[in-house]
Write a protein that binds this ligand. Structure first.
Ligand SMILES: N[C@@H](CCC(=O)N[C@@H](CSS)C(=O)NCC(=O)O)C(=O)O
Length: 287
């Protein structure tokens, strides 16, 4: 059963009659639909990988028990599976917003543990996966529907997933809170990023919550209205934005050499010896 703090309960009229215990802070951003649009519970605790500053989101439909993890990280699979199991959910999809360069997707290890789980990524990423999406495709998780929107620019194959029923958009690395994904490798293109974000994300209703794949400064969530008006990069003119991104000069991600080859086979790759050992350990603990 998810926990929701008192302050949240007071804000969310749609959950006022549900019997949900009090919580403190934790590590899971939990999005649970009681049944489709009528009650989606968003909890202000979330899955976070402190090594790569990655947010992973669990989206589940309590009525059917189906769940998806968005942008799972391989080193956090033990934790993620525990949360899924604690909540009585079954993992249907390991969904990726793009071919990450900074960490290995958890899709492969999740599939080892849950053979029916399918890895998902955009076809435009060029990666192999069980499901390769195009813009407009819907990922169905029980009664919940994630609309795929193409938001290229950080990479060619970046997509955002919109959960209209809950007013949520999972932006991957396209929009970060008060920031955006870098555009200096993996087919990055600043003009493309600027255009796709303005077209596909900033056209969403202002109140939609923006849920990015990373945060490096301690931010937890934002809204379309906030990012449209306060994002210091994306509120620049297109020309200023391109110049700003050119001048960023960030270090390369530390795991890029391992991450890119593994993520090119999104969930279908051979596990590295480290991750194979992790699988054996987890399997033994679960036996
Ligand atoms: N230091 C980190 C990598 C940080 C980084 O480059 N993050 C990317 C997203 S992961 S490819 C990014 O787009 N950052 C934008 C920004 O403005 O920071 C590591 O070594 O992994």
């Amino acid at each position: 059963m998810p926990n929701v703090c008192k302050k949240q309960r007071e804000k969310w009229r749609h959950i006022k009659d549900l019997d949900i215990p009090q919580c403190s802070h934790g590590q899971v951003e939990l999005l649970l639909g009681a049944n489709v649009s009528e009650a989606v519970i968003q909890q202000e605790v979330r899955l976070f990988d402190g090594d790569t500053y990655t947010y992973t989101y669990l989206v589940g439909d309590r009525s059917t028990g189906e769940a998806a993890l968005i942008d799972p990280v391989i080193d956090q699979v033990t934790r993620d599976l525990q949360v899924v199991s604690d909540l009585g959910l079954t993992l249907k999809y390991a969904v990726n917003t793009h071919m990450h360069a900074d960490h290995v997707t958890g899709s492969g290890l999740l599939k080892q543990h849950v053979p029916s789980c399918r890895s998902v990524i955009a076809a435009a990423s060029g990666a192999r996966a069980d499901v390769r999406l195009s813009a407009g495709d819907i990922v169905t998780v029980g009664g919940l529907q994630l609309e795929t929107r193409a938001t290229p620019g950080h990479t060619n194959g970046c997509v955002s997933y919109v959960l209209h029923a809950a007013g949520l958009v999972f932006t991957g690395d396209a929009v970060l809170i008060r920031g955006c994904g870098r555009t200096d490798f993996q087919e990055g293109d600043s003009g493309t990023l600027y255009d796709s974000v303005h077209r596909e994300i900033f056209s969403l209703p202002d109140h939609f919550t923006v849920l990015p794949a990373h945060d490096y400064r301690g931010f937890t969530s934002s809204s379309v209205a906030e990012e449209k008006t306060l994002n210091p990069r994306l509120t620049l003119s297109r020309e200023q934005f391109i110049k700003f991104m050119e001048d960023l000069k960030l270090d390369y991600p530390k795991y890029i050499d391992e991450a890119l080859p593994a993520n090119r086979a999104c969930g279908l790759q051979e596990l590295s010896s480290n991750h194979r050992a992790l699988f054996e350990k987890l399997s033994a603990a679960r036996a």
